[in-house]
Design a protein around this ligand. Sequence first.
Ligand code: ADP
Length: 546
Amino acid sequence: MEGLMQDWPLLVHTILDHAAKYHGDREVVSRSVEGPIHRCTYRDIDRRSRKLASALSKRGVELGDILGTMAWNGYRHMETWYAVMGLGAVVHTVNPRLFADQLDYIINHGEDELFFLDLTFVPVLEKIQDTIPKVKSFIIMTDEEHMPDTSLREAVCYETLLAEGDGDFQWPSFDENTASTMCYTSGTTGNPKGVLYSHRSNVLHAMAVCAGDALALKSTDTIMPVVPMFHANAWSLVFSTPMSGAKFVLPGAQMDGASIYELLDTEKVTFTAAVPTIWLMLLQHLEQTGEKLPALERVVIGGSACPPAMIETFERNYDAQVIHAWGMTETSPLGTLCVTKGGLEDLDADAAWQIKLKQGRVPYTVDLRIEDDDGNALAWDGKAFGHLKIKGPGVAKGYFKSEGGDILDRDGFFSTGDVSTMDEHGYMQITDRSKDVIKSGGEWISSIDLENIAVGHPDVTEAAVVGIAHPKWDERPLLVIVRREGSEVSGEDVLKFMDGKIAKWWMPDDVAFVDEIPHTATGKISKLHLRQQFEGYVLPTANAAE
Ligand code: ADP
């Protein structure tokens, strides 16, 4: 027997309908690429998204087309998302920080026909336009006044295009499983692979992360995603913020500490999210200037492991709660969030702190398991670590054009490539990526644990640990460090600091100092490049073969 409830497909445009109708006056503030701060409301975004959708549909855009974007977080990018998805077409966000050959690959593989870009990226696309022949027209996200002189073929001014449209355009209805957005994983091995989200997965994921025990987004919040819209859907915030009716702040191209501070301060942001490298820059700025952020309540830190020292600084010095989160492009992306669990409120300070450092626990719609190499489930005791697998309506079941083949196991779980523990309360802690873990004498050493301890030293700005070949132990850890400016701290000092905080056999065999640690296009430490940089490195322990 079927239930007698209304059929209301979970389409992304319903989020904007809701925001415009019930929170229409709430502001959307953007640092524009042209310079000034731009202010509008959800009502404006709704009307302009409809205009853009209407103009695009007049130009033949229809269900199933794929349109590319290379743009910062800003109101025009947000409008483009809602307009394109509202038509049942797909927004393919392209990360501008990728190398030119990767850009060609994913734009060609994605078969983008129209391509939206911010002014910043005109030179980037001019350079590669001949190698992306399927793109018929480039839409430059600016007004007539700022239109550049460009060699891009069929270059169109965004505001001119938008003016062709009708603000009363009615969204078409279609199946909620229709594709909505596409995002390529950076592909540390092999070619990047396209993760193709659906309206249903985007809406369900946004609802799950809005929940009280997840990000707890409220209409009284002011939310600023520093994480870019081209990095795994800005962790859902372009959907979950209008869903909650909160004020929205979009920081544009400037992500240095001073610029981020300025927006957090002037707009009285209560909630923000980004990878640890961004927060490192903000914290350095705050330390240098002595400024505070009294409005800030919650900071989401994810994308790579958040060092305990960073959590401590935000919570103790700036009175902002850190929510450590884990996820992947393939998981929409939020998989776990570290928030307190009912029944654990009375843990003593040390036990609560140990939990705080973990990547967290799942919201409804996510299921996890950990397995050994033979696929046997491991105990949830906080100690046993193994391959982390994930399942849910926001988790990919395959990649675009079937790249990578079948990616689910017999039980429908996706293997994350991460190694983790689970504790008895359901909190997950990442030990490492399986390819980064250091295999020493048949045992595993967690590079993340070593990095977290090393950055706790006051003279260490950033730390990365890679495995170096060793004649006796296969691999031993090398600690690579960026010193705090002006510091002369020695490797011996740092090792002394780490001594006693980990098992003796986990201690790095050597310390190397560098001016900069390489990062990936999504701001993570690039172990791949670091391993290349230290290829052939001889550890002092190698000759002694101790
Ligand atoms: P890419 O592989 O392109 O960097 P993702 O952003 O999808 O793309 O990366 C997902 C990976 O990032 C996870 O599999 C995990 O290794 C790492 N990661 C994400 N969040 C965390 C976290 N909080 N702690 C440790 N690792 C994390």
